[in-house]
Design a protein around this ligand. Structure first.
Ligand SMILES: Cc1ncc(COP(=O)(O)O)c(C=O)c1O
Length: 414
């Protein structure tokens, strides 16, 4: 199918809006094949994938994950009756809990990040018998009704009201505001991202997270670390909250957990926080949650993440990127005002929305995928897979250099 016909089908049978977005962002090609850190379009153009909304931490078509899935299918088990249990579930639960800090001993599988957030909302309320929930400014927790209630984005919420009542928004890093809210003793759960993704790759101050942790303990609020974007090694630690030495009661994983192939997310919790779901499994369930394909993927992903050289590899590649970005920032500080983040989760902060949009488009046309930040139009995300090579970082640096130069030329000519 040619590109225009494909867009026409999407426009006719799907969202016209998506057809417009793909028309602008597709660089005239749709994706046809992918391997490692590269995607190939239907006409053969190649794109280095530093975008994809942080989905491909383990690379495109990771052979370990694909083999695990093929083995499962050829073994004869492709789905689950949900009446009988299956071995994949037991092994996946054990593997994921083993990857989590030792105070977290229970897990449950769902299908998307937002769904894991919904499960956490319910668990906080069931466990504490309180109704109120709190989140930080700049947060993104998803777009289902509950998750959207905890997302700090007026535009996404517009006309979707009424969402959840009893939600408190706390200014990020304002410990006084946080204490005032928690001291009321009626907040069930505080949701945090240790490194905010969609909000603009903003690492939340460790001192603030430690205060939040202590206050949650003091006032009986459950602390929920949303690691859907930052988890599974993306920041150079298995979990981004580990930089802050805190022990969240509930941790959420998604995106990378499915290897970019199978939709799967997870809620991981302490035995105590998990107790309502322990006592009554029907309080939260999902027909496809924890299906054999998802579980086999989780097993493969946790094996990769546990390998001795995985985190050092992420650190090494993160350091290459950091020095490339530092160089660009020094050269173009009028356009690129700051670079933030850790490991393979980096934010490029521009001095205007226009520069961010121009850079995104220029890179796309040249063969470099970046992701916008859904809640912060001045920031672009650089979230590549860990199989990135030194030559890929040089390529990324070269394309970004041209894009920033292009922005400067536009500025000078306006
Ligand atoms: C931190 C965080 N939480 C939740 C979500 C929602 O995940 P999903 O899009 O899979 O529902 C996202 C998605 O970007 C996210 O970054």
């Amino acid at each position: 199918m040619d590109y225009q016909s494909l867009l026409q089908e999407i426009r006719t049978y799907g969202s016209k809006g998506w057809a417009i977005v793909y028309g602008v962002s597709g660089a005239g090609e749709y994706e046809r094949a992918a391997g490692g850190a590269w995607i190939t379009g239907h006409k053969g153009k190649r794109f280095l994938d530093c975008g994809s909304f942080a989905l491909f931490m383990f690379g495109h078509g990771n052979s370990k994950i694909l083999t695990a899935l093929q083995d499962l299918l050829s073994d004869g088990l492709s789905g689950t009756s949900r009446v009988l249990c299956h071995a994949e579930l037991a092994v996946a639960l054990e593997s994921l809990v083993a990857l989590a800090p030792s105070h977290l001993q229970k897990a449950m599988f769902l299908n998307s990040g937002s769904e894991a957030v919904e499960a956490a909302i319910k668990l906080c309320r069931l466990k504490t018998k309180r109704k109120k929930l709190a989140h930080l400014s700049g947060s993104y927790h998803g777009k289902t009704a509950g998750a959207l209630s905890l997302t700090d984005h007026a535009g996404f919420k517009a006309d979707a009201h009424p969402l959840l009542q009893d939600v408190v928004r706390i200014e990020r890093e304002n410990a006084i505001e946080l204490e005032t809210a928690l001291a009321t003793g009626d907040i069930a759960g505080l949701f945090v991202e240790a490194v905010q993704g969609e909000g603009g790759i903003h690492p939340v101050e460790p001192a603030f997270l430690q205060t939040a942790y202590k206050l949650c303990r003091q006032y009986g609020t459950l602390l929920v670390a949303d690691e859907i974007q930052s988890g599974l090694g993306r920041t150079g630690r298995l979990w981004a909250f580990e930089r802050s030495n805190i022990e969240p009661d509930i941790v959420l994983a998604g995106k990378s957990l499915g290897g970019g192939i199978v939709p799967v997310s997870a809620l991981i919790a302490s035995e105590s926080a998990f107790s309502p779901f322990d006592h009554n499994p029907y309080l939260h369930s999902s027909t496809y949650g924890g299906n054999p394909l998802a579980c086999r993927t989780v097993i493969a992903v946790t094996e990769i993440a546990q390998a001795k050289n995985f985190l050092p590899d992420v650190e090494q590649k993160g350091a290459w990127i950091e020095s490339a970005l530092e160089h660009l920032h020094n050269q173009f500080s009028d356009v690129l005002s700051a670079c933030t983040g850790f490991g393979l989760m980096r934010g490029l902060h521009f001095s205007s929305n226009i520069y961010a949009a121009t850079t995104l488009e220029y890179c796309l046309k040249t063969g470099l995928l970046l992701s916008p930040c859904l809640s912060n139009p001045t920031v672009l995300r650089l979230v590549p897979p860990y199989c990135l090579e030194r030559s890929d970082v040089d390529y990324m640096h070269g394309v970004l250099q041209q894009a920033l130069h292009h922005c400067r030329t536009l500025q000078e000519s306006s």
